[in-house]
Design a protein around this ligand. Structure first.
Ligand code: PLP
Length: 381
Protein backbone atom coordinates (compact mmCIF):
# COMPACT_ATOMS: atom_id res chain seq x y z
CA UNK A 1 0.00 0.00 0.00
CA UNK A 2 2.85 2.36 0.86
CA UNK A 3 4.50 2.22 -2.53
CA UNK A 4 1.35 2.45 -4.59
CA UNK A 5 0.87 5.58 -6.67
CA UNK A 6 -2.82 6.41 -6.44
CA UNK A 7 -5.13 8.08 -8.91
CA UNK A 8 -6.33 10.53 -6.25
CA UNK A 9 -5.89 10.06 -2.51
CA UNK A 10 -6.87 12.18 0.52
CA UNK A 11 -4.51 15.07 1.28
CA UNK A 12 -4.88 16.69 4.67
CA UNK A 13 -3.81 20.28 5.20
CA UNK A 14 -2.98 20.10 8.91
CA UNK A 15 -5.75 21.97 10.72
CA UNK A 16 -8.43 19.29 10.24
CA UNK A 17 -7.55 17.52 13.49
CA UNK A 18 -7.99 20.73 15.46
CA UNK A 19 -11.60 21.06 14.29
CA UNK A 20 -12.22 17.38 14.99
CA UNK A 21 -10.65 17.72 18.45
CA UNK A 22 -12.96 20.66 19.19
CA UNK A 23 -15.90 18.41 18.34
CA UNK A 24 -14.65 15.81 20.82
CA UNK A 25 -13.83 18.39 23.51
CA UNK A 26 -17.34 19.86 23.31
CA UNK A 27 -19.02 16.45 22.78
CA UNK A 28 -20.64 17.52 19.48
CA UNK A 29 -20.40 13.94 18.13
CA UNK A 30 -23.61 14.09 16.11
CA UNK A 31 -24.98 14.98 12.68
CA UNK A 32 -25.26 18.60 13.79
CA UNK A 33 -23.06 21.11 15.60
CA UNK A 34 -20.71 24.07 15.10
CA UNK A 35 -18.54 22.37 12.48
CA UNK A 36 -21.58 21.59 10.31
CA UNK A 37 -22.71 25.23 10.52
CA UNK A 38 -19.15 26.45 9.97
CA UNK A 39 -18.52 24.19 6.98
CA UNK A 40 -21.78 25.31 5.34
CA UNK A 41 -20.77 28.93 5.87
CA UNK A 42 -17.25 28.32 4.48
CA UNK A 43 -18.74 26.75 1.36
CA UNK A 44 -21.32 29.47 0.74
CA UNK A 45 -18.68 32.18 1.22
CA UNK A 46 -16.32 30.40 -1.17
CA UNK A 47 -18.96 29.82 -3.87
CA UNK A 48 -20.39 33.35 -3.60
CA UNK A 49 -23.47 34.40 -5.57
CA UNK A 50 -25.55 34.36 -2.32
CA UNK A 51 -25.93 30.59 -2.28
CA UNK A 52 -27.16 28.57 0.69
CA UNK A 53 -25.64 25.19 1.51
CA UNK A 54 -26.82 22.03 3.28
CA UNK A 55 -23.98 19.70 4.35
CA UNK A 56 -25.02 16.08 3.77
CA UNK A 57 -23.72 12.54 4.11
CA UNK A 58 -22.79 12.21 0.40
CA UNK A 59 -23.05 13.79 -3.00
CA UNK A 60 -25.46 11.02 -3.96
CA UNK A 61 -27.75 11.98 -1.05
CA UNK A 62 -27.59 15.61 -2.20
CA UNK A 63 -28.68 14.63 -5.70
CA UNK A 64 -31.49 12.50 -4.31
CA UNK A 65 -32.81 15.40 -2.22
CA UNK A 66 -32.50 17.77 -5.20
CA UNK A 67 -34.79 15.52 -7.26
CA UNK A 68 -37.27 15.13 -4.38
CA UNK A 69 -37.43 18.90 -3.86
CA UNK A 70 -37.94 19.45 -7.61
CA UNK A 71 -40.92 17.09 -7.37
CA UNK A 72 -39.53 14.16 -9.40
CA UNK A 73 -41.86 11.21 -8.90
CA UNK A 74 -42.40 7.66 -10.14
CA UNK A 75 -43.03 7.59 -13.89
CA UNK A 76 -41.36 10.97 -14.53
CA UNK A 77 -38.40 11.41 -16.86
CA UNK A 78 -35.14 13.17 -15.96
CA UNK A 79 -32.44 14.06 -18.48
CA UNK A 80 -28.92 13.12 -17.41
CA UNK A 81 -25.48 13.38 -19.00
CA UNK A 82 -24.60 9.84 -20.10
CA UNK A 83 -20.87 10.06 -19.54
CA UNK A 84 -20.54 10.27 -15.77
CA UNK A 85 -20.26 8.26 -12.57
CA UNK A 86 -23.34 6.13 -11.85
CA UNK A 87 -24.13 8.25 -8.77
CA UNK A 88 -25.32 11.03 -11.12
CA UNK A 89 -28.09 8.78 -12.45
CA UNK A 90 -28.95 6.40 -9.58
CA UNK A 91 -31.08 8.93 -7.65
CA UNK A 92 -33.39 9.15 -10.68
CA UNK A 93 -34.05 5.43 -10.21
CA UNK A 94 -34.46 5.88 -6.42
CA UNK A 95 -37.48 8.05 -7.27
CA UNK A 96 -38.90 5.45 -9.66
CA UNK A 97 -38.31 7.87 -12.53
CA UNK A 98 -36.65 7.08 -15.88
CA UNK A 99 -33.30 8.55 -16.91
CA UNK A 100 -33.02 9.93 -20.45
CA UNK A 101 -29.35 9.97 -21.35
CA UNK A 102 -27.67 12.67 -23.45
CA UNK A 103 -24.30 12.31 -25.14
CA UNK A 104 -21.17 14.39 -24.58
CA UNK A 105 -19.68 16.94 -26.96
CA UNK A 106 -16.00 16.65 -27.94
CA UNK A 107 -15.14 20.16 -26.70
CA UNK A 108 -15.73 19.76 -22.93
CA UNK A 109 -16.63 16.02 -22.74
CA UNK A 110 -19.80 17.20 -20.97
CA UNK A 111 -23.44 17.36 -22.04
CA UNK A 112 -23.94 18.25 -25.69
CA UNK A 113 -26.30 21.28 -25.85
CA UNK A 114 -27.42 20.09 -29.30
CA UNK A 115 -28.46 16.61 -28.17
CA UNK A 116 -29.96 18.09 -25.01
CA UNK A 117 -32.41 20.06 -27.13
CA UNK A 118 -33.04 17.08 -29.41
CA UNK A 119 -33.85 14.93 -26.36
CA UNK A 120 -36.22 17.53 -24.87
CA UNK A 121 -38.08 17.99 -28.17
CA UNK A 122 -38.44 14.26 -28.72
CA UNK A 123 -39.60 13.51 -25.16
CA UNK A 124 -42.17 16.33 -25.38
CA UNK A 125 -43.40 14.95 -28.74
CA UNK A 126 -43.86 11.59 -27.02
CA UNK A 127 -46.02 13.25 -24.40
CA UNK A 128 -43.58 13.58 -21.50
CA UNK A 129 -41.75 16.75 -20.63
CA UNK A 130 -38.59 15.98 -18.63
CA UNK A 131 -38.78 17.16 -15.00
CA UNK A 132 -35.10 18.11 -14.61
CA UNK A 133 -31.71 18.14 -16.36
CA UNK A 134 -28.62 16.78 -14.58
CA UNK A 135 -25.47 18.25 -16.10
CA UNK A 136 -22.02 17.11 -14.90
CA UNK A 137 -18.66 18.92 -14.94
CA UNK A 138 -16.44 15.89 -15.55
CA UNK A 139 -12.94 15.92 -14.09
CA UNK A 140 -13.52 19.56 -13.15
CA UNK A 141 -14.05 20.84 -16.71
CA UNK A 142 -17.03 23.22 -16.93
CA UNK A 143 -19.85 22.20 -19.23
CA UNK A 144 -20.95 24.83 -21.75
CA UNK A 145 -23.26 26.43 -19.22
CA UNK A 146 -24.46 29.39 -21.33
CA UNK A 147 -25.74 27.10 -24.07
CA UNK A 148 -27.19 24.55 -21.66
CA UNK A 149 -28.96 27.14 -19.50
CA UNK A 150 -30.34 28.79 -22.64
CA UNK A 151 -31.95 25.54 -23.78
CA UNK A 152 -33.15 24.66 -20.25
CA UNK A 153 -34.65 28.12 -19.72
CA UNK A 154 -36.38 28.09 -23.09
CA UNK A 155 -38.18 24.85 -22.19
CA UNK A 156 -38.51 25.89 -18.52
CA UNK A 157 -36.82 22.77 -17.15
CA UNK A 158 -34.72 23.16 -13.96
CA UNK A 159 -31.02 22.28 -14.13
CA UNK A 160 -29.27 20.32 -11.39
CA UNK A 161 -25.52 20.81 -11.60
CA UNK A 162 -23.48 17.78 -10.55
CA UNK A 163 -20.33 19.62 -9.45
CA UNK A 164 -19.04 16.65 -7.42
CA UNK A 165 -15.74 16.78 -9.31
CA UNK A 166 -15.63 20.52 -9.86
CA UNK A 167 -15.24 22.41 -6.58
CA UNK A 168 -12.79 25.20 -7.39
CA UNK A 169 -13.62 25.33 -11.11
CA UNK A 170 -15.38 28.28 -12.70
CA UNK A 171 -17.14 29.35 -15.87
CA UNK A 172 -16.96 33.00 -16.99
CA UNK A 173 -15.63 33.83 -13.53
CA UNK A 174 -18.55 32.22 -11.65
CA UNK A 175 -17.83 29.22 -9.48
CA UNK A 176 -19.32 25.94 -10.68
CA UNK A 177 -22.08 24.89 -8.32
CA UNK A 178 -23.84 28.27 -8.63
CA UNK A 179 -25.50 27.90 -12.04
CA UNK A 180 -28.20 25.32 -11.50
CA UNK A 181 -31.52 25.69 -9.74
CA UNK A 182 -29.69 23.34 -7.39
CA UNK A 183 -26.15 21.98 -7.40
CA UNK A 184 -24.36 19.20 -5.60
CA UNK A 185 -20.82 18.74 -4.30
CA UNK A 186 -19.02 15.62 -3.07
CA UNK A 187 -16.35 15.28 -0.40
CA UNK A 188 -15.67 11.59 -0.92
CA UNK A 189 -12.12 10.40 -0.20
CA UNK A 190 -11.01 10.69 -3.84
CA UNK A 191 -12.34 14.22 -4.52
CA UNK A 192 -10.32 17.46 -4.57
CA UNK A 193 -11.08 17.99 -0.88
CA UNK A 194 -12.60 15.37 1.39
CA UNK A 195 -14.51 14.92 4.64
CA UNK A 196 -13.78 11.14 4.36
CA UNK A 197 -17.32 10.89 3.00
CA UNK A 198 -19.81 13.68 2.50
CA UNK A 199 -21.61 16.00 0.14
CA UNK A 200 -23.56 19.22 -0.08
CA UNK A 201 -26.64 20.65 -1.73
CA UNK A 202 -26.28 24.22 -2.97
CA UNK A 203 -28.94 26.70 -4.09
CA UNK A 204 -29.77 30.39 -4.06
CA UNK A 205 -33.26 29.31 -2.96
CA UNK A 206 -33.05 29.33 0.85
CA UNK A 207 -36.42 27.58 1.26
CA UNK A 208 -35.15 24.59 -0.72
CA UNK A 209 -32.00 24.35 1.41
CA UNK A 210 -34.09 24.51 4.60
CA UNK A 211 -36.30 21.79 3.19
CA UNK A 212 -33.22 19.68 2.38
CA UNK A 213 -31.99 19.97 5.99
CA UNK A 214 -35.48 18.99 7.21
CA UNK A 215 -35.75 15.95 4.93
CA UNK A 216 -32.14 14.95 5.71
CA UNK A 217 -32.89 14.72 9.46
CA UNK A 218 -35.86 12.31 9.24
CA UNK A 219 -38.45 15.01 8.43
CA UNK A 220 -39.43 15.69 12.03
CA UNK A 221 -42.33 18.08 12.35
CA UNK A 222 -42.14 20.79 15.00
CA UNK A 223 -43.50 18.92 18.06
CA UNK A 224 -42.14 17.60 21.38
CA UNK A 225 -42.89 14.02 20.34
CA UNK A 226 -41.87 12.40 17.05
CA UNK A 227 -44.42 13.65 14.53
CA UNK A 228 -44.06 13.11 10.77
CA UNK A 229 -46.02 14.35 7.79
CA UNK A 230 -43.29 13.57 5.20
CA UNK A 231 -41.04 10.61 4.45
CA UNK A 232 -37.63 11.52 5.83
CA UNK A 233 -34.01 10.50 5.27
CA UNK A 234 -30.91 10.18 7.41
CA UNK A 235 -28.67 12.20 5.12
CA UNK A 236 -27.08 14.90 7.32
CA UNK A 237 -23.29 15.32 7.61
CA UNK A 238 -21.72 14.47 10.96
CA UNK A 239 -20.04 17.20 12.99
CA UNK A 240 -16.82 15.14 12.96
CA UNK A 241 -16.72 14.95 9.16
CA UNK A 242 -17.62 18.63 8.86
CA UNK A 243 -14.56 19.40 11.04
CA UNK A 244 -12.36 17.73 8.45
CA UNK A 245 -14.14 19.78 5.80
CA UNK A 246 -13.43 23.08 7.58
CA UNK A 247 -9.72 22.26 7.65
CA UNK A 248 -9.80 21.23 3.99
CA UNK A 249 -11.46 24.49 2.94
CA UNK A 250 -8.35 26.32 4.23
CA UNK A 251 -6.22 24.56 1.60
CA UNK A 252 -8.70 24.26 -1.30
CA UNK A 253 -6.97 26.89 -3.45
CA UNK A 254 -3.61 25.15 -2.90
CA UNK A 255 -5.18 21.85 -3.95
CA UNK A 256 -6.51 23.40 -7.16
CA UNK A 257 -3.05 24.82 -7.93
CA UNK A 258 -1.36 21.43 -7.38
CA UNK A 259 -3.88 19.57 -9.55
CA UNK A 260 -3.50 22.13 -12.31
CA UNK A 261 0.28 21.76 -12.04
CA UNK A 262 -0.06 17.98 -12.49
CA UNK A 263 -1.99 18.55 -15.71
CA UNK A 264 0.61 21.03 -17.02
CA UNK A 265 3.40 18.60 -16.15
CA UNK A 266 1.82 15.77 -18.14
CA UNK A 267 1.02 18.06 -21.03
CA UNK A 268 4.58 19.34 -21.32
CA UNK A 269 6.10 15.92 -20.71
CA UNK A 270 4.10 14.21 -23.45
CA UNK A 271 4.03 17.14 -25.90
CA UNK A 272 6.17 15.24 -28.43
CA UNK A 273 3.92 12.15 -28.43
CA UNK A 274 1.55 12.66 -31.37
CA UNK A 275 -0.68 9.83 -30.22
CA UNK A 276 -1.53 11.58 -26.94
CA UNK A 277 -3.93 14.52 -26.78
CA UNK A 278 -5.13 16.67 -23.90
CA UNK A 279 -8.52 18.25 -23.13
CA UNK A 280 -7.54 21.92 -23.12
CA UNK A 281 -9.81 24.56 -21.67
CA UNK A 282 -11.76 25.71 -24.76
CA UNK A 283 -11.32 29.42 -23.93
CA UNK A 284 -10.64 31.77 -21.04
CA UNK A 285 -14.27 31.32 -19.97
CA UNK A 286 -13.43 27.81 -18.76
CA UNK A 287 -11.34 27.27 -15.63
CA UNK A 288 -10.92 23.64 -14.56
CA UNK A 289 -9.72 22.51 -11.14
CA UNK A 290 -8.14 19.57 -13.05
CA UNK A 291 -9.42 17.15 -10.43
CA UNK A 292 -8.06 14.35 -12.61
CA UNK A 293 -5.52 14.75 -15.42
CA UNK A 294 -6.96 12.98 -18.44
CA UNK A 295 -5.66 12.11 -21.90
CA UNK A 296 -6.88 10.55 -25.13
CA UNK A 297 -4.69 7.94 -26.83
CA UNK A 298 -4.94 7.54 -30.59
CA UNK A 299 -5.22 3.78 -30.99
CA UNK A 300 -3.96 4.01 -34.61
CA UNK A 301 -0.57 4.70 -33.06
CA UNK A 302 -0.25 1.03 -32.16
CA UNK A 303 -0.50 1.84 -28.44
CA UNK A 304 -3.89 1.76 -26.74
CA UNK A 305 -4.96 3.29 -23.47
CA UNK A 306 -5.24 -0.26 -22.16
CA UNK A 307 -1.56 -0.92 -22.97
CA UNK A 308 -0.62 2.13 -20.92
CA UNK A 309 -2.99 1.28 -18.06
CA UNK A 310 -1.54 -2.25 -17.85
CA UNK A 311 2.06 -1.04 -17.96
CA UNK A 312 1.35 1.36 -15.10
CA UNK A 313 -0.57 -1.25 -13.11
CA UNK A 314 2.35 -3.67 -13.39
CA UNK A 315 4.40 -1.10 -11.48
CA UNK A 316 1.69 -0.52 -8.86
CA UNK A 317 0.54 2.76 -10.40
CA UNK A 318 -3.20 3.37 -10.51
CA UNK A 319 -4.73 4.85 -13.66
CA UNK A 320 -8.27 4.37 -14.95
CA UNK A 321 -10.31 4.53 -18.15
CA UNK A 322 -12.66 7.52 -18.43
CA UNK A 323 -16.21 7.03 -17.10
CA UNK A 324 -18.11 4.41 -19.05
CA UNK A 325 -21.27 6.09 -20.36
CA UNK A 326 -24.52 5.22 -18.56
CA UNK A 327 -26.36 4.28 -21.76
CA UNK A 328 -23.82 1.44 -22.17
CA UNK A 329 -24.31 0.16 -18.61
CA UNK A 330 -26.34 -3.05 -18.24
CA UNK A 331 -28.42 -1.51 -15.44
CA UNK A 332 -29.62 1.32 -17.73
CA UNK A 333 -29.87 -0.73 -20.96
CA UNK A 334 -33.54 0.20 -21.48
CA UNK A 335 -33.17 3.95 -20.96
CA UNK A 336 -33.55 6.29 -23.96
CA UNK A 337 -30.35 7.86 -25.33
CA UNK A 338 -29.71 10.84 -27.62
CA UNK A 339 -26.32 11.30 -29.23
CA UNK A 340 -23.78 10.34 -31.87
CA UNK A 341 -21.31 8.12 -30.00
CA UNK A 342 -18.92 10.83 -28.78
CA UNK A 343 -18.94 9.61 -25.17
CA UNK A 344 -18.38 6.01 -26.29
CA UNK A 345 -15.27 6.95 -28.24
CA UNK A 346 -13.99 9.06 -25.31
CA UNK A 347 -14.45 6.03 -23.07
CA UNK A 348 -12.60 3.77 -25.49
CA UNK A 349 -9.59 6.03 -25.87
CA UNK A 350 -9.41 7.99 -22.63
CA UNK A 351 -7.32 7.48 -19.52
CA UNK A 352 -7.09 9.22 -16.13
CA UNK A 353 -3.52 9.54 -14.84
CA UNK A 354 -2.34 9.77 -11.22
CA UNK A 355 -3.59 13.21 -10.19
CA UNK A 356 -3.33 13.61 -6.43
CA UNK A 357 -2.37 16.99 -5.01
CA UNK A 358 0.07 14.95 -2.90
CA UNK A 359 1.81 13.36 -5.91
CA UNK A 360 5.55 13.72 -5.33
CA UNK A 361 8.14 14.72 -7.94
CA UNK A 362 9.62 11.25 -7.72
CA UNK A 363 6.24 9.68 -8.37
CA UNK A 364 5.41 11.87 -11.34
CA UNK A 365 8.85 11.13 -12.82
CA UNK A 366 8.13 7.41 -12.46
CA UNK A 367 4.79 7.80 -14.26
CA UNK A 368 6.53 9.83 -16.96
CA UNK A 369 9.24 7.28 -17.75
CA UNK A 370 6.91 4.28 -17.69
CA UNK A 371 4.42 6.09 -19.89
CA UNK A 372 7.08 7.07 -22.42
CA UNK A 373 8.49 3.56 -22.49
CA UNK A 374 5.11 2.28 -23.78
CA UNK A 375 5.65 4.33 -26.90
CA UNK A 376 9.37 3.72 -27.38
CA UNK A 377 8.78 0.00 -27.24
CA UNK A 378 6.15 0.20 -29.92
CA UNK A 379 8.27 2.50 -32.07
CA UNK A 380 11.15 0.03 -31.94
CA UNK A 381 9.10 -2.88 -33.28
C1 PLP B 1 -18.24 11.32 -6.68
C2 PLP B 1 -19.34 11.67 -7.58
C3 PLP B 1 -20.68 11.65 -7.16
C4 PLP B 1 -21.13 11.07 -5.86
O1 PLP B 1 -20.66 11.65 -4.74
P1 PLP B 1 -20.60 10.76 -3.38
O2 PLP B 1 -20.24 11.79 -2.35
O3 PLP B 1 -19.53 9.73 -3.57
O4 PLP B 1 -21.93 10.17 -3.16
C5 PLP B 1 -21.65 12.09 -8.05
N1 PLP B 1 -21.34 12.50 -9.28
C6 PLP B 1 -20.08 12.51 -9.73
C7 PLP B 1 -19.82 13.00 -11.11
C8 PLP B 1 -19.04 12.08 -8.91
O5 PLP B 1 -17.80 12.06 -9.40
Amino acid sequence: MNNKIWLSSPHMGGTEEQYVKEAFDTNWIAPLGPNVDGFEKDLSTYLGNDVHVAALSSGTAALHLALIILGVKAGDEVICQSMTFSASANPIAYQGATPVFVDSEALTWNMSPKYLEEAIKDRISKGKKPKAIIVVHLYGMPAEMDLIMEVADRYEIPVVEDAAEALGSSYKGWKLGTFGAMSILSFNGNKIITTSGGGALVSTNEEWIKKARFLATQARDNAPHYQHSHIGYNYRMSNICAGIGRGQMEVLEKRVASRRANYSFYKETFADLDAVSFPDEPSEDFYSNRWLSTILVDSNSGVTREDIRQALENENIESRPLWKPMHLQPVFADAPFYGDGTSESLFENGLCLPSGSNLTKEESQKVKSLFRSCFNKENAI
